[in-house]
Design a binder for this molecule. Sequence first.
Ligand SMILES: Cc1cc2nc3c(=O)[nH]c(=O)nc-3n(C[C@H](O)[C@H](O)[C@H](O)COP(=O)(O)OP(=O)(O)OC[C@H]3O[C@@H](n4cnc5c(N)ncnc54)[C@H](O)[C@@H]3O)c2cc1C
Length: 394
Amino acid sequence: MSQVFILIKEHLNLLLFILIVKVVIVGGGLAGSLSALNIDAETSIFEEHHSPGFPMSCAGLISEECYKKLIKLSRYCKKAKMNRIRGAFLFSPSGNYTEIIGRDKGIVVERKILDAQLLREASKKSEINMNAKVLEIRRDKILVRIDGKIKEFNFNFLIGADGVYSIVRKRMGFKSPSIYTAIQYLIEFHSLDSNMVELYFGKRYSDSFFAYAIPINDDFARIGVISKKNPEIYFRNLIKKHVSVSERVGKSIIEINNGAIPIGLIDFVRENVALIGDAAGMVKPYTGGGIYYSLIAAEILGDNFPNLKKFKTEYLKEMRREYIYGEKIRRLYTLLSDEEYEHLIKIVRDVDLSKVSMDSPSSILKIMPKVVRLLKNSKLFLKILNNFIFKNYI
Ligand SMILES: Cc1cc2nc3c(=O)[nH]c(=O)nc-3n(C[C@H](O)[C@H](O)[C@H](O)COP(=O)(O)OP(=O)(O)OC[C@H]3O[C@@H](n4cnc5c(N)ncnc54)[C@H](O)[C@@H]3O)c2cc1C
């Protein structure tokens, strides 16, 4: 009998909590909607634009596992699916390429549709305020411009899901991640295989990252460059001078996006405020992909809410290793010379990548013994070993 009372008390406490506690979520993009869907409390989303995911700059490549999780949240996310990816071609600076097939299959989604479906799902349990730009944050309230009028809203908990230039991060005194720049075209392109991503390495195509082509069908691809600076220059090099891309790119351009990518997970919890998604630097440091890591963060936030400290500890427990290895891989993009890229991409042919997962950079450890054997006696061997063994960046 006493157990029944305890159960009823727990349920009443939860109900009371849901009714009393006000959670404000700034940003109605992916991380904002995912947070609202996972938190059991009264949530209000404030989104500065009148449609979600606008302006959007994302290639929309996610793992099949991530896609399945999104569909579990809303079956309408299926509408966002555009293409299926089975692997990648890694291009060396001179244009030679190696095919790699990892553990995961990939799905290309249209982010405008995905974000709209997630926000629509979130609206079933959350109050959505569109055209509502958060201008200022005080101790327990936000100042919002809604339809031209300034209004105040109180909160008990504040979630900053407001992207790479987060106002919540700035106003609440969090550190900023490093910001990389990106340019992306949705453009006519004859892929070598429309179910394979193409990655282009070398100093001509990015100062410290890579360029890519992600096919959405047989005729079009999202072609982009991520770099610390001047992505337009690298993009021009890619489409005008790259020995293979320049031959396959067409004239029809459907969309051009400029974007920014936060690299480096920052401290993302302070008292009653948490950052999530790009605001917190929750992206894979070696690809710039943020959808999966934000999804995992939202799940952990929901499991631990309202204990934000525990949200942080649990997220780090699950993901810290991935950030460390993602960062180690990303470091190679600046460390490797064009010659070394040529060598590395050639030897990758002889490595079995079937256990390496795109969402888990630490899974690269599974191929390290083979890579080390193949690289033995070269200068590259020491460089890679030093990078992987001795340097931790988190
Ligand atoms: C070129 C490019 C390609 C990419 N490709 C991939 C990919 O293939 N796969 C992948 O996983 N990731 C990719 N990413 C990363 C991915 O797009 C981001 O990690 C993801 O969008 C982060 O979601 P978010 O909700 O945190 O931020 P956003 O999607 O930026 O959402 C933030 C929201 O907050 C709103 N907002 C901001 N300030 C305020 C304010 N003051 N008041 C109210 N609302 C506000 C914005 O309007 C926006 O809707 C790519 C990024 C770029 C730039």
